[in-house]
Ligand binder design. Structure first.
Ligand SMILES: N[C@@H](CCC[C@H](N)C(=O)O)C(=O)O
Length: 276
Protein backbone atom coordinates (compact mmCIF):
# COMPACT_ATOMS: atom_id res chain seq x y z
CA UNK A 1 0.00 0.00 0.00
CA UNK A 2 1.43 3.40 -0.99
CA UNK A 3 2.20 5.72 1.92
CA UNK A 4 0.93 9.15 0.91
CA UNK A 5 2.06 12.41 2.43
CA UNK A 6 1.32 16.10 2.20
CA UNK A 7 3.70 18.85 3.32
CA UNK A 8 2.28 22.09 4.69
CA UNK A 9 2.94 24.91 7.09
CA UNK A 10 1.25 27.51 9.26
CA UNK A 11 3.36 30.70 9.45
CA UNK A 12 6.33 28.49 8.49
CA UNK A 13 5.87 26.03 11.34
CA UNK A 14 6.03 23.06 8.98
CA UNK A 15 4.51 19.61 9.10
CA UNK A 16 4.36 16.33 7.23
CA UNK A 17 0.75 15.11 7.10
CA UNK A 18 0.21 11.37 6.86
CA UNK A 19 -3.35 10.38 5.86
CA UNK A 20 -4.02 7.18 7.84
CA UNK A 21 -7.79 7.02 8.49
CA UNK A 22 -7.80 3.47 9.86
CA UNK A 23 -4.51 3.59 11.78
CA UNK A 24 -2.64 1.17 9.52
CA UNK A 25 0.73 2.94 9.72
CA UNK A 26 3.32 1.85 12.26
CA UNK A 27 4.37 5.42 13.11
CA UNK A 28 7.38 4.81 15.34
CA UNK A 29 9.49 7.53 16.95
CA UNK A 30 12.33 6.59 14.59
CA UNK A 31 10.09 7.15 11.55
CA UNK A 32 8.91 10.52 12.88
CA UNK A 33 12.51 11.61 13.48
CA UNK A 34 13.53 10.47 9.99
CA UNK A 35 10.58 12.20 8.28
CA UNK A 36 11.32 15.48 10.11
CA UNK A 37 15.06 15.36 9.48
CA UNK A 38 15.93 18.09 6.95
CA UNK A 39 18.86 16.08 5.59
CA UNK A 40 17.71 12.47 5.36
CA UNK A 41 13.93 12.96 5.33
CA UNK A 42 11.32 15.41 4.08
CA UNK A 43 12.10 17.93 6.83
CA UNK A 44 9.53 19.34 9.25
CA UNK A 45 8.94 20.56 12.79
CA UNK A 46 6.39 17.82 13.35
CA UNK A 47 4.18 15.08 11.92
CA UNK A 48 0.38 15.22 11.79
CA UNK A 49 -1.20 11.81 11.34
CA UNK A 50 -4.73 12.20 9.94
CA UNK A 51 -6.63 9.41 11.68
CA UNK A 52 -10.19 8.74 12.82
CA UNK A 53 -10.46 8.95 16.61
CA UNK A 54 -11.84 5.40 16.76
CA UNK A 55 -8.67 4.06 15.09
CA UNK A 56 -6.29 5.59 17.66
CA UNK A 57 -5.85 3.28 20.67
CA UNK A 58 -4.73 6.05 23.08
CA UNK A 59 -7.29 8.70 22.03
CA UNK A 60 -8.68 10.68 24.98
CA UNK A 61 -12.15 9.71 26.16
CA UNK A 62 -15.15 11.80 25.18
CA UNK A 63 -14.28 12.40 21.50
CA UNK A 64 -16.71 10.86 19.01
CA UNK A 65 -15.04 8.00 17.12
CA UNK A 66 -15.82 9.50 13.69
CA UNK A 67 -14.12 12.83 14.45
CA UNK A 68 -10.81 13.34 12.61
CA UNK A 69 -7.95 13.28 15.12
CA UNK A 70 -4.69 15.22 14.79
CA UNK A 71 -2.14 12.67 16.05
CA UNK A 72 0.69 15.17 16.55
CA UNK A 73 4.38 14.25 17.01
CA UNK A 74 7.28 16.62 17.60
CA UNK A 75 10.38 16.31 15.38
CA UNK A 76 12.18 14.36 18.12
CA UNK A 77 9.43 11.73 18.02
CA UNK A 78 7.70 12.81 21.24
CA UNK A 79 3.93 13.23 21.54
CA UNK A 80 2.43 16.61 22.38
CA UNK A 81 -1.07 17.42 23.51
CA UNK A 82 -1.73 20.26 21.09
CA UNK A 83 -0.34 22.21 18.17
CA UNK A 84 -2.12 25.42 17.18
CA UNK A 85 -0.47 25.88 13.79
CA UNK A 86 -0.90 22.17 13.20
CA UNK A 87 -4.67 22.32 13.77
CA UNK A 88 -4.98 25.09 11.15
CA UNK A 89 -3.06 23.07 8.56
CA UNK A 90 -4.91 19.88 9.54
CA UNK A 91 -8.28 21.65 9.23
CA UNK A 92 -7.46 22.98 5.77
CA UNK A 93 -6.37 19.53 4.70
CA UNK A 94 -9.69 18.04 5.84
CA UNK A 95 -11.60 20.81 4.08
CA UNK A 96 -9.55 20.64 0.82
CA UNK A 97 -9.94 16.86 0.65
CA UNK A 98 -13.70 16.94 1.24
CA UNK A 99 -13.34 14.94 4.45
CA UNK A 100 -15.67 17.24 6.43
CA UNK A 101 -19.06 18.82 5.77
CA UNK A 102 -18.93 22.60 5.68
CA UNK A 103 -16.40 25.13 6.95
CA UNK A 104 -16.90 24.59 10.70
CA UNK A 105 -15.99 21.24 12.30
CA UNK A 106 -14.24 19.76 15.34
CA UNK A 107 -10.70 18.41 15.34
CA UNK A 108 -9.69 15.84 17.95
CA UNK A 109 -6.42 16.41 19.82
CA UNK A 110 -4.83 14.98 22.95
CA UNK A 111 -5.93 18.22 24.69
CA UNK A 112 -9.55 17.58 23.66
CA UNK A 113 -11.77 18.87 20.86
CA UNK A 114 -10.65 22.01 19.04
CA UNK A 115 -13.39 23.45 16.78
CA UNK A 116 -11.98 24.94 13.56
CA UNK A 117 -13.42 27.34 10.96
CA UNK A 118 -11.93 27.47 7.45
CA UNK A 119 -12.58 30.91 5.96
CA UNK A 120 -13.09 31.57 2.21
CA UNK A 121 -9.70 33.34 2.01
CA UNK A 122 -7.92 30.23 3.34
CA UNK A 123 -7.33 31.61 6.83
CA UNK A 124 -8.33 29.28 9.64
CA UNK A 125 -9.67 30.12 13.10
CA UNK A 126 -9.19 27.56 15.86
CA UNK A 127 -11.01 27.62 19.18
CA UNK A 128 -7.99 27.08 21.43
CA UNK A 129 -9.94 26.56 24.65
CA UNK A 130 -9.22 28.04 28.05
CA UNK A 131 -5.94 29.80 28.86
CA UNK A 132 -4.75 28.54 32.23
CA UNK A 133 -2.19 30.72 34.03
CA UNK A 134 0.03 28.35 36.04
CA UNK A 135 2.28 30.79 37.92
CA UNK A 136 5.63 32.51 37.52
CA UNK A 137 8.89 30.79 36.66
CA UNK A 138 12.05 31.63 34.74
CA UNK A 139 14.34 30.46 31.99
CA UNK A 140 18.02 31.13 31.32
CA UNK A 141 19.39 31.78 27.83
CA UNK A 142 23.15 32.17 27.34
CA UNK A 143 23.61 33.25 30.96
CA UNK A 144 20.72 35.73 31.15
CA UNK A 145 17.65 34.85 33.21
CA UNK A 146 14.18 35.76 31.94
CA UNK A 147 11.17 35.76 34.29
CA UNK A 148 7.98 34.55 32.68
CA UNK A 149 4.38 33.49 33.11
CA UNK A 150 3.45 29.81 32.94
CA UNK A 151 0.53 29.22 30.58
CA UNK A 152 -1.26 25.98 29.80
CA UNK A 153 -3.33 25.84 26.62
CA UNK A 154 -3.40 22.05 26.53
CA UNK A 155 0.40 22.00 26.37
CA UNK A 156 2.85 23.81 28.69
CA UNK A 157 4.42 27.21 28.00
CA UNK A 158 6.55 29.79 29.77
CA UNK A 159 6.12 33.20 28.11
CA UNK A 160 8.71 35.85 28.98
CA UNK A 161 8.22 39.53 28.15
CA UNK A 162 11.55 41.09 27.19
CA UNK A 163 13.01 43.70 24.87
CA UNK A 164 15.82 41.66 23.30
CA UNK A 165 13.77 39.26 21.18
CA UNK A 166 15.57 39.99 17.87
CA UNK A 167 19.04 39.23 19.25
CA UNK A 168 18.40 36.15 21.45
CA UNK A 169 20.50 33.08 20.73
CA UNK A 170 18.05 30.15 20.82
CA UNK A 171 20.31 27.61 19.12
CA UNK A 172 20.69 25.57 22.31
CA UNK A 173 18.13 24.39 24.87
CA UNK A 174 17.49 27.18 27.41
CA UNK A 175 17.46 26.13 31.07
CA UNK A 176 14.16 25.97 32.90
CA UNK A 177 12.89 24.69 36.26
CA UNK A 178 12.22 20.96 35.83
CA UNK A 179 10.36 20.85 39.13
CA UNK A 180 7.83 23.31 37.67
CA UNK A 181 7.79 21.74 34.18
CA UNK A 182 8.51 18.02 34.70
CA UNK A 183 7.34 17.18 31.15
CA UNK A 184 9.32 19.96 29.50
CA UNK A 185 8.06 23.33 28.30
CA UNK A 186 7.76 25.54 25.24
CA UNK A 187 9.55 28.86 25.83
CA UNK A 188 8.28 32.11 24.28
CA UNK A 189 10.13 35.41 24.24
CA UNK A 190 7.72 38.27 23.74
CA UNK A 191 8.46 41.89 22.86
CA UNK A 192 5.55 44.35 23.08
CA UNK A 193 5.29 46.59 19.99
CA UNK A 194 2.13 48.35 21.22
CA UNK A 195 -0.75 47.64 23.59
CA UNK A 196 -2.15 44.89 21.35
CA UNK A 197 0.79 43.88 19.18
CA UNK A 198 3.88 41.81 19.97
CA UNK A 199 6.87 40.15 18.34
CA UNK A 200 7.61 36.59 19.48
CA UNK A 201 10.29 33.97 19.11
CA UNK A 202 9.97 30.46 20.48
CA UNK A 203 12.04 27.48 21.53
CA UNK A 204 9.71 24.50 21.22
CA UNK A 205 9.80 21.43 23.39
CA UNK A 206 10.79 18.47 21.24
CA UNK A 207 11.89 20.60 18.28
CA UNK A 208 14.16 23.60 19.05
CA UNK A 209 13.69 27.12 17.70
CA UNK A 210 10.87 27.16 15.13
CA UNK A 211 9.55 29.99 12.97
CA UNK A 212 6.20 29.93 14.73
CA UNK A 213 4.20 28.13 17.41
CA UNK A 214 0.42 28.59 17.49
CA UNK A 215 -0.12 27.56 21.11
CA UNK A 216 2.92 29.72 21.88
CA UNK A 217 1.29 32.77 20.32
CA UNK A 218 -1.68 32.32 22.66
CA UNK A 219 0.72 32.12 25.60
CA UNK A 220 2.59 35.18 24.31
CA UNK A 221 -0.64 37.16 24.02
CA UNK A 222 -1.66 36.17 27.56
CA UNK A 223 1.74 37.23 28.94
CA UNK A 224 1.69 40.54 27.05
CA UNK A 225 -1.81 41.28 28.37
CA UNK A 226 -0.78 40.26 31.92
CA UNK A 227 2.12 42.75 31.74
CA UNK A 228 -0.59 45.43 31.32
CA UNK A 229 -2.72 43.93 34.14
CA UNK A 230 -5.20 42.66 31.54
CA UNK A 231 -6.62 39.16 31.14
CA UNK A 232 -8.60 39.65 27.93
CA UNK A 233 -7.95 41.25 24.54
CA UNK A 234 -7.11 40.72 20.89
CA UNK A 235 -3.40 40.66 20.13
CA UNK A 236 -1.55 40.63 16.80
CA UNK A 237 1.47 38.34 17.12
CA UNK A 238 4.37 38.62 14.67
CA UNK A 239 6.62 35.57 14.48
CA UNK A 240 9.59 34.97 12.15
CA UNK A 241 7.28 33.04 9.78
CA UNK A 242 4.36 35.48 9.60
CA UNK A 243 1.54 36.99 11.64
CA UNK A 244 -1.45 35.57 13.52
CA UNK A 245 -4.26 37.03 15.61
CA UNK A 246 -5.08 35.78 19.09
CA UNK A 247 -8.24 36.63 20.98
CA UNK A 248 -8.44 35.86 24.68
CA UNK A 249 -11.78 36.14 26.46
CA UNK A 250 -12.79 35.41 30.04
CA UNK A 251 -13.52 31.79 29.18
CA UNK A 252 -11.49 30.84 26.11
CA UNK A 253 -9.27 31.85 23.23
CA UNK A 254 -9.05 31.73 19.45
CA UNK A 255 -6.15 31.70 17.01
CA UNK A 256 -6.56 32.93 13.43
CA UNK A 257 -3.90 32.62 10.77
CA UNK A 258 -2.85 31.07 7.46
CA UNK A 259 -2.39 27.45 6.47
CA UNK A 260 -0.51 26.55 3.30
CA UNK A 261 0.48 23.44 1.35
CA UNK A 262 3.66 23.00 -0.62
CA UNK A 263 3.82 19.39 -1.84
CA UNK A 264 2.22 15.99 -1.84
CA UNK A 265 3.43 12.60 -2.91
CA UNK A 266 4.29 9.06 -1.87
CA UNK A 267 7.01 7.95 0.52
CA UNK A 268 9.53 5.46 -0.80
CA UNK A 269 8.53 2.13 0.73
CA UNK A 270 12.12 0.89 1.09
CA UNK A 271 13.09 4.13 2.87
CA UNK A 272 10.10 3.80 5.23
CA UNK A 273 10.88 0.15 5.97
CA UNK A 274 14.48 1.03 6.81
CA UNK A 275 13.48 3.61 9.49
CA UNK A 276 12.92 1.32 12.46
N1 LIG B 1 4.17 24.12 17.02
C1 LIG B 1 3.07 23.85 17.84
C2 LIG B 1 3.30 23.24 19.16
C3 LIG B 1 3.84 21.84 19.00
C4 LIG B 1 3.96 21.08 20.30
C5 LIG B 1 5.02 21.61 21.19
N2 LIG B 1 6.34 21.54 20.64
C6 LIG B 1 4.96 20.82 22.51
O1 LIG B 1 5.74 19.89 22.71
O2 LIG B 1 4.09 21.15 23.34
C7 LIG B 1 2.00 24.91 17.81
O3 LIG B 1 1.84 25.52 16.74
O4 LIG B 1 1.28 25.08 18.79
Amino acid sequence: MAIEFRKGHGTENDFVLLPDPDGDLDLTGARVRALCDRGRGLGADGVLRVIRTKALPDAPEGIDGDVWFMDYRNADGSLAEMCGNGVRVFARHLSDQGLVDGPVFPVGTRAGLRPATVHPDGQVTVDMGPVRRTGRSETTVTGRTYPGLGIDVGNPHLACVTDDVPTLDLTTQPDFDRAVFPNGVNLEFVQPLGADEVRMRVHERGVGETRSCGTGTVAAAAAALAAQDRTTGTVTVHVPGGTVTVEITGTGSTLTGPAAFVAHGELDQAWWDAQV
